[in-house]
Design a protein around this ligand. Structure first.
Ligand code: FAD
Length: 452
């Protein structure tokens, strides 16, 4: 018997683990462990936590539909797995590989516990289009690529040779196994009442999620215009909006790739999928990717520049509009992520892990690796980052990508009456002067990077 632990793979088909289990021809117990560490600091009520719990609810519904037992337990993964192994005859525990520092540490502990109980610990790769180890040998590399363009060229050739096809195993092909959670020791790991209620309340919304539909609608209706519209953030359907499904694994990346390839005009969007693989690949192979591990306690922080940025009170319209959208909805288009992050780390000279931590709570599509990649890029600290002297001017960006101020008027209604000419300009109460702060940022970054 096999125990399969769901993590960021919240779907019931096209999973590397299902393919593996079906080949072993063994019955399987499927569970999800809600780790209190990951829900700390009221995370369950922030957009990132809610998005995850919403998809977890949808996963529970999918298991119910296929009448396959599924358990959600609450507590330390290592303690829970030790108990479940004691209560079942399982000889193997299977999960998908995680690349984050916390995920790796948790998996080292799990491996120790599982092997200590005489069972087998198996980690499979599921969330990338390519296997970094295969890719390295295909590309004859010993070092990981650090620059995107050469990586992309090789990645494109690799994808033509090994087109990733979805796995065909579905939950209905697996033999269900079950166990009793009501035993006193396991009972301790049942979900707290409040969380159970949260998941219950999410049920109607979870039914409506339909990630596949979102993908198909985008491919059918918007892919053709993606190149022209993707930075026009006033245009609501310009990009796919699949990241919040992809990052929790409700959509399979192989499925996304296969469907996309059926559309002739896919090249620009395909390149974005390669950026995703690039960051995940770096996180797996580069030991320094997560080097800056400083996490801030946002509740304790009183830095006035950070507070102004986070609460949309900078007086720079594009920044305040973007942060308002983020705070209210958990969404922010890519170009605005670059502009707000660059403003934060350059014009305000705030440390990037502070902004990164804020995004961790607020982004519905939060992904530790991609968020890190975006912040490293914006603050000129990653390997293939924007050059240190590049400081996007928020006003000219706003004029260029939202010329009629549609986006600004939507998120900052108090500015709606201003004419197009004036709406992009800093307000009299702006917390920094853009010209002076740009010059200061270039000097400071030059000093830092020349010592590096
Ligand atoms: P589309 O434009 O439709 O692109 C399709 C897919 O390609 C995306 O879903 C994503 O998986 C991938 N992709 C697109 N752009 C990028 C990119 N620049 N880098 C890596 N992958 C990309 N993305 C996240 O998914 N989670 C994050 O936490 C995250 N944090 C970011 C923080 C900053 C500071 C920056 C600059 C970018 C961040 N991104 C993050 C990348 C990007 O902004 C989002 O992937 C994109 O906005 C998601 O919208 P979409 O699904 O409509 O994308």
């Amino acid at each position: 018997m096999i125990i399969f632990i769901h993590r960021r793979d919240l779907r019931v088909q096209d999973l590397a683990a299902f393919e593996y289990i079906v080949r072993t021809n063994q019955p399987s117990i499927h569970l999800f462990i809600l780790d209190p560490f990951l829900l700390r600091k009221n995370r369950a009520n922030e957009h990132s936590g809610r998005n995850f719990l919403l998809h977890l609810t949808a996963l529970k519904q999918a298991y119910e539909k296929w009448k396959h037992p599924f358990y959600i337990l609450y507590g330390s993964p290592a303690d829970i797995i030790a108990e479940v192994l004691d209560h079942t005859s399982a000889g193997e525990v299977v999960a998908h590989r995680d690349v984050t520092p916390y995920g790796k540490q948790r998996d080292r502990e799990l491996k120790k516990v599982v092997e200590g109980k005489g069972a087998r610990w198996t980690l499979l790769l599921d969330h990338l289009l390519m296997d970094p180890a295969d890719f390295q040998s295909y590309a004859h590399r010993t070092e990981p690529y650090k620059v995107f363009t050469p990586f992309f060229n090789k990645w494109s050739a690799y994808m033509h040779t090994y087109t990733p096809a979805p796995y065909t195993t579905h939950i209905r092909h697996l033999h269900p196994a079950s166990f009793h959670v009501h035993d006193a020791r396991l009972h301790a790991y049942e979900m707290p009442e409040a969380l159970e209620q949260t998941l219950k309340q999410m049920e109607p919304e979870a039914v409506r999620l339909q990630p596949e539909e979102r993908l198909t609608t985008f491919l059918d209706e918007a892919l053709l215009h993606y190149e022209q519209r993707r930075d026009r953030y006033g245009h609501e359907e310009a990009t796919s909006g699949i990241s919040r499904h992809l990052n929790v694994g409700a959509l399979s990346i192989r499925e996304v790739y296969q469907q996309m390839m059926e559309y002739p005009a896919h090249s620009v969007w395909r390149r974005q999928l390669a950026w995703r693989d690039f960051y995940l690949y770096q996180a797996m192979l580069d030991p320094f990717y997560f080097e800056y591990e400083k996490h801030y306690d946002l509740e304790q922080l009183s830095d006035h520049h950070f507070q102004a940025w986070a609460t949309a009170q900078t007086g720079i319209p594009i920044i305040d509009a973007a942060m308002t959208q983020l705070n209210e909805t958990g969404e922010m288009p890519n170009r605005l992520r670059m502009i707000t992050a660059m403003f934060f780390t350059k014009n305000l000279l705030c440390p990037f892990p502070l902004g990164e931590t804020y995004f961790r709570y607020k982004l519905a599509d939060y992904d530790n690796t991609l968020n890190r990649g975006g912040w490293l890029w914006s603050s000129s600290l990653g390997y293939d980052a924007s050059p240190y002297f590049r400081v996007m001017n928020p006003v000219s960006q706003s004029q260029k990508f939202d010329p009629d101020g549609r986006y600004l008027r939507k998120w900052l209604p108090h500015l709606a009456a201003l004419p197009d000419r004036d709406i992009h300009l800093p307000q009299p109460r702006a917390i920094v002067d853009l010209k002076n702060s740009r010059a200061r940022a270039i000097e400071v970054y030059k000093g830092i990077l020349s010592k590096a």
